[in-house]
Design a protein. Structure first.
Length: 514
């Protein structure tokens, strides 16, 4: 992992970040980022080259895409951007915000808590004609690679905490721990969204609480509309009914409220979407574009509050997405399958097949359900391979569990043992037997495979690192397993079924919401 950032570092220690209950201040940050990127589009397409150069030289970056297999897509192709809002009490460089500023932000969450509670997958087609943003509810109960099942907003903080502990044990200083562990958290969230949506994330953008607050002030507020008056003390939301212009702490309260709303988090998502559309509309207005001071203020907001993936050519993206200047962007919420309460608390159930079909229909992607070419079929009979499984996670019983699963698939049972803890999972195969290694690696979720002279012919040795979860294992395709999975899915849904998403929110007009 490598994180690049501006040269101005701080020696102040960043508070420990952990998963936990949260107020929803940071859930708004993502909406801000879309608006900020809209500003980048305009600046980068000729309105202010000097401003763009200033922006591109001052953004904080995180190497969560270029270091992955294949990296991101080149400019001019379809782009899937993961936009994330974090409820962080620091700026983009990890420097703690002052108590005075936190009070102005009306931040009610416990100091030091980080949650990636705003998550939107944005698809921009190759011709840049119209973007689609798909909101993912923060409590969605999903498979998290390396962590098992959990709320999607826990993927980032849990991975960050684990990486931070490991880095401290290795003797890294506080600055390195903060930057590198954040990269681990972002990577975990990217993998989780990819598994849920069925599409590859090409770019990553993150904005913090401070960015939202400053953005609304920089553009002079945005116009929203409420169906009824509001007075809710937890979020500080106090508004009359009807159309009104909001900014700063009031705008933050508007998008963070979840109590006393008809559909709780889903009503809040709706508010966030209309606010984001309004912010984009305001930024794209002639009054903002013709005002150098406002454009400069937006650039400063981005430099202080935004993190992008390393290597993202923002100018090339701006040229591709220049048509978004006309407000051609819509926001949707992914389908869900009811609610439940389990060890993770109150969760939102999802049907991954339904989600992937929904995403595919709106992005042009292909999924197994939507007609994609399936993974290559096994080319070696499982009965001819003996699988040895070594547990390198420190989690008791994992090797035996995986060995049993492989045996059930027809593979020969090899030795089960523990080995020194390591982060990366891998499959080792005998010289000249890459097909066998790749086959097992694919079955275990696409982990790395490498040749190993110490492995005997006809054998495969699996090392389970801390990045592995049993949920990573490719589902069985036989009829009995399919029936079992369907039965389990029906039990999980209980009395609920997949709920169709609400109508799209666009940048046209000012729709009234709850």
């Amino acid at each position: 992992m490598r994180v690049g950032a501006p040269s101005e570092d701080t020696n102040e220690e960043t508070p420990e970040m952990r998963s936990g209950p949260s107020t929803s201040g940071g859930r708004t940050g993502l909406r801000v980022l879309v608006a900020l990127l809209s500003a980048v589009v305009l600046v980068g397409t000729g309105i202010g080259w000097n401003l763009y150069r200033d922006l591109s030289g001052g953004l904080t970056t995180s190497d969560v895409i270029t270091g992955r297999l294949g990296g991101g897509k080149p400019p001019g192709t379809d782009q899937n951007i993961l936009l994330v809002g974090v409820d962080s009490r620091t700026d983009a460089r990890g420097r703690p915000l002052s108590k005075k500023l936190l009070a102005e932000l009306r931040s009610g969450a416990e100091e030091g808590v980080l949650n990636s509670d705003t998550i939107i997958l944005i698809h921009v087609p190759a011709d840049g004609s119209r973007a689609t943003g798909i909101s993912i509810p923060r409590d969605s109960y999903v498979d998290i690679p390396g962590q098992g099942k959990g709320k999607i907003n826990s993927a980032y903080p849990v991975a960050k905490i684990e990486a931070a502990a490991d880095l401290r044990e290795q003797g890294f200083d506080d600055t390195a721990v903060e930057l590198e562990s954040a990269t681990a958290g972002r990577s975990a969230l990217i993998k989780t969204v990819e598994r849920l949506s069925g599409v590859t994330v090409d770019h990553y953008a993150e904005v913090n609480l401070l960015g939202f607050y400053n953005l609304t002030n920089a553009v002079g507020g945005v116009e929203v509309c409420l169906k009824s008056p509001v007075n809710e003390y937890r979020s500080g939301a106090r508004f009359p009914a009807g159309r009104q212009t909001i900014s700063g702490g009031a705008a933050l309260a508007f998008v963070r409220q979840r109590y006393e709303l008809p559909e709780s988090d889903f009503s809040r998502i709706r508010r966030q979407q209309v606010f984001l559309a309004a912010a984009a509309r305001k930024i794209l207005s002639a009054g903002t574009l013709a005002n150098p001071a406002k454009l400069q203020a937006l650039v400063e907001v981005a430099k202080e509050s935004v993190v992008l993936d390393t290597g993202w050519d923002v100018l090339a993206f701006a040229r591709q997405a220049s048509d978004l200047a006309g407000g051609k962007i819509e926001f949707l919420t992914m389908p869900t399958a009811g609610a439940d309460n389990n060890s993770s608390g109150d969760v939102v159930l999802v049907d991954a097949d339904e989600v992937q079909e929904f995403v595919a229909e709106r992005t042009g992607a292909k999924t197994a359900r939507a007609g994609a070419t399936p993974e290559p079929a096994e080319t070696i009979s499982p009965a001819t391979l003996t699988i040895e499984v070594r547990n390198s996670t420190g989690r008791a019983g994992l090797a035996a569990q995986v060995s049993e699963e492989l045996t059930d698939r027809g593979y020969g049972e090899g030795r089960v043992s523990n080995s020194p803890e390591q982060t990366r999972s891998s499959v080792h195969y005998a010289p000249g037997e890459a097909t066998a290694g790749d086959q097992v690696a694919r079955l275990l979720g696409g982990i790395d495979a490498e040749e190993d002279a110490e492995v005997s012919s006809g054998g495969v040795r699996v090392f389970l690192g801390s990045d592995f979860s049993p949920s990573d294992i490719e589902p069985a395709t036989d009829d009995s397993s399919s029936s079992a999975r369907a039965s389990s899915s029906r039990r999980a849904s209980a009395t609920s079924s997949v709920t169709p998403p609400p109508p799209a929110i666009t940048a046209d007009g000012v729709p009234c919401v709850d």
